[in-house]
Design a protein around this ligand. Sequence first.
Ligand code: F6P
Length: 753
Amino acid sequence: MPMMLRYMVAAFIMLVAAIFAISPFASTFVRQWSRRDVELRSVLVFNSVRNELANLLAVGATAQIDDLFGRLALDERLLAVGLCDREGSLRNRSKLMPADFSCEKVARTASASFSAIVSDERRLVAGSFPISTDRASGHLVLLHDLTFAEQRSSQVRTWITIALAAVALIGAALASIFALLIVRRWLQSIRQAIEDVKAGRNGGFSRDQDLVFGRHIRDVLQELRETTRSIDATRADWGPDALRLVLAGQLSDAEIIVVSNREPYIHNRATDGITLQIPASGLVAAIEPIMRACGGLWVAHGSGSADRDVVDARDCIRVPPAFPAYTLRRVWLSEQEEDRYYFGFANEALWPLCHIVFVRPSFRESDWDEYRDVNARFAAAVVQEAKRPDPIVLVQDYHFALVPRMVREQLPEATIITFWHIPWPNAETFGICPWKEEIIAGLLGSSVLGFHTQFHCNNFLDTVDRFVESRIDRELASVTVSGHETFVRPYPISIEWPPAAMAGQKSVAACRAAVRAGLGLSDSVRVAVGIERFDYTKGILDRLRAVDMFLSSYPEWIGRFVLFQAAAPTRTKLAAYRNLQNEAECLAREINVRYGREGYSPIFLVVRHFEPEEVFELFRAADVCIVSSLHDGMNLVAKEFVAARDDEQGVLILSDFAGASRELSEALIVNPYDLHSVSEAIGQALSMSGAEQRDRMRLMRHVVRSRNVYRWAGQMLLDAAQLRKRQKIVAMASREPKRVLIRGRFAKLRQVR
Ligand code: F6P
């Protein structure tokens, strides 16, 4: 029942109760008052006629007595007058004396008395007054009819009811108007507060709101504010606009600086001038759309041969060149620096250390020293570019494990969010690194440290637990070292939706036809694709071996199935990569010799860089996409394949050891080390019905669409915003000696003194 109605019913019940309580009391009062009235009148009448009656009685003048009684009875309240003699007989009476009246009914005492009697069904009051002379004595009886008192009492009851009802109605009307005004003001304030929460205005409650809200409502709204971040983070329509909204609403005055090794645009010298290359990098694919949407500064290694030719005096260039949205600040590295920091420590030590693919990491002191120095140079560039003391610095990847602490030392108020794009191994594996403590200490300069999966977060916490003196809060997933707290969070990286490369794509049928024509294949040949950097973590050799096994197990597919393997050359300075390429090329040749025939080779191994548009055309043309990483933080190729298939067809074969398998569970999940399982998965994919492909693809597309890269970045930025707000509160509260406890995602943010 609505509150207002409840109040009205309660008021009605109280009114009825009041009427019932007051009415009997009022009736009794009126009756007693009327009776007292008639008694007084009787005394007055008696006193006025006492002498005359005594005289008449003394002379026995019966006729005059009757006459006197007749006159007295003219009084409208007096019903009848009578005289009872000493023997109790009614000697004289006026005309209207009831026939059933007898002197027995009245008290005949020595003094005046009154008795209530019922006569002719009327309620009467009889006043009895003693009177005596020498000759005779008796009692004068004055009979009053009290029926008028009943009428009077019922009238009083009626008027009291009317008066109470009127008072109640007027009171209720006034109370309702008053309540409506209060409720209107209250609702306005709540609406305003909710709007504030929605718009991300977190300026606390106004004095007005404080006055009209109860503590409970205030707490609920506060809670709402706290949960805005998680509500936003789970919204399904993350896109550039939503991200911009988050920035405008939550971090309107924030300065964003990204720092990564790989730059988003590489300028190279070519015979016909300067060419622009977008590198094959998951990091670039993820961060670039974010920077396009939000603007800011991106500090990266200028690795292109023409990079220096196009920057300004501050080594900056506005990008993307076609529609500049943010600034790229290039940092130059000497060949030795690149060799030792990038190829050496980053890719021959940390890369194999974190990817458990049984390639032995090489730890060289000279590489480590260079790694530390280059990290210091990038940190210095960040500090130099920062316009405020508290920028949001997004540190990317394993190239810069030391940058967070270095920046923190110079910009203590900065919000540093570090994202580790590769897996974090178990503590035992990481423990072989000679500089493990320094690397962990460097990362713990971050405010938030992100990994793709919860599993990698857990591995990191275990590693810290094993090697660093710290306080670990497992519930909050935070590590505190020397008073600084770092939150460790999973942020599954993703791709933009819809991918830019989808714009201008031909229909799936046209892509199929174009790719098959390019490869000289008939329309009936089924095509599987593998597209990645030529990296030993991607399981390219194992994939080729699985195709070998598939064709030997199911020879009916010979001539009807091919694998198109696109492999972008990467880190070719390193022996492990060169060896991989040689081995893969040999293996592909062997397989082609084994199963090939005139006009048919089962393996197309194409070693070159593919532009995003080409990649998406291949994905759209393919029947199957094979991602057989031996270990991978996420793997965005899997998500790109799903995003490319707006026809909801095509089968994804996905390694269990790629982070993407946690989200894309409708793929055919395989163990890439188990050749038989991959070979069987290829067979299953090729014979899967269109309906099953659609069901699986539809679910995966929903995941990739809703958990896109804007959500990935949005979550991190919202966390940064929340953290900054809490830091402000802590700073304010630091004037007070007591510890501050705050509820929410970043609970128990402790004061840093
Ligand atoms: O996987 C880690 C990562 O940094 C990715 O983000 C990126 O796709 C890849 O390595 C690129 O490596 P590089 O910059 O050495 O070519």
